[in-house]
Ligand binder design. Structure first.
Ligand code: FES
Length: 292
């Protein structure tokens, strides 16, 4: 983690109320991993200076360019949309625990609901770079909120579901998952809590439905792997990126806690990526954690 001086290269509104901004930040581009985030210091017209967390959307170590994708929801994000090329801001990061891909996984299923695509977008690039096959299932309310395919690599299979059926599958994105569960070695998701809860329930029943061995069953069989460890997450079929409002983003304020099966978990430190079986879904969905 370090304090990074980032220079805005380009700012573009890609969907109603949603923006992608590209920043020149070589140290961040070289070190960030999919699922990690930065805490950005924004100007605030109230006179307060508050940082906002943003998952790193893309990162190119060769050019030193990183991007963030956000929805304009308050004064901090509104301030960001007024920045122009050449403006600078400071980013603290990379922060948090990113996605853990098992080296043996060849087929990755990514599931994103709405702005949750920002959390899995970098994983698309990393997986394709590493020679993996990737399917991205994306869910939105209607066609006006569908993430543009022009922002995705050609190697990706991109499947869309909309609530009103205006584009792609008519229904929930989770309806599509069973078509890919036998194909996929691992799955990674981000989106609204009910979506994640549904995916977690599907993942819990997957082994029984498919009647297949899970990854890594032979290696280290019998030795307990601590829940929440990188190794346990790497072995999990489903990992989820949790979204919470944040205060400090470094583990001190407990403002970002979600309920795990082994007690409270700080999204900024133990997360934002967790194995699905680490989360107490009944408590988490019931609490209705806020999207940031
Ligand atoms: S935001 Fe302060 S502990 Fe996570």
């Amino acid at each position: 983690m370090r304090l990074i001086d980032a220079e805005l290269v380009e700012s573009r509104r890609i969907l109603p109320g949603q923006w992608i901004q590209w920043y020149h930040a070589p140290a961040l581009a070289a070190s960030v991993r999919a699922g990690q985030f930065v805490h950005v210091r924004t100007g605030d017209w109230s006179g307060l200076v508050l940082r906002r967390p943003f998952t790193v959307n893309t990162a190119d170590a060769a050019t030193g360019i990183v991007s963030i994708h956000f929805r304009e929801v308050g004064r901090g994000t509104a301030w960001l949309t007024h920045l122009r090329a050449g403006d600078r801001l400071d980013m603290l990061g990379p922060l948090g625990q990113g996605f853990q891909v098992d080296p043996r996984s060849r087929h990755l299923l990514l599931v994103a609901g709405g702005l949750g695509i920002a959390d899995v977008r970098l994983l698309v690039d990393e997986a394709i770079r590493d020679g993996r096959q990737v399917v991205l299932l994306f869910g939105a309310r209607d066609a006006s909120e569908v993430y543009p395919s022009s922002f995705l690599p050609d190697e990706l299979e991109y499947v869309v579901a909309t609530d009103d059926g205006s584009v792609g599958h008519h229904g929930l994105v989770t309806d599509l998952v069973l078509d890919y569960e036998a194909w996929s070695d691992q799955a990674f998701a981000c989106g609204p809590l009910p979506m994640l809860g549904t995916l977690a329930a599907l993942a819990a029943g997957r082994t029984k439905r498919l009647g297949v061995a899970t990854l890594g069953r032979k290696r280290g069989a019998g030795r307990p792997i601590p829940i929440g460890s990188a190794q346990a997450r790497r072995k999990a079929y489903l990992q989820v990126a949790m979204e919470q409002n944040m205060g400090c983003a470094v583990g001190a304020c407990l403002g970002c806690v979600v309920w795990g099966v082994e007690g409270p978990q700080r999204v900024c430190r133990e997360g934002p990526v967790f194995a699905a079986n680490e989360i107490d879904w009944e408590a988490a969905v019931g609490a209705g954690a806020h999207k940031r």
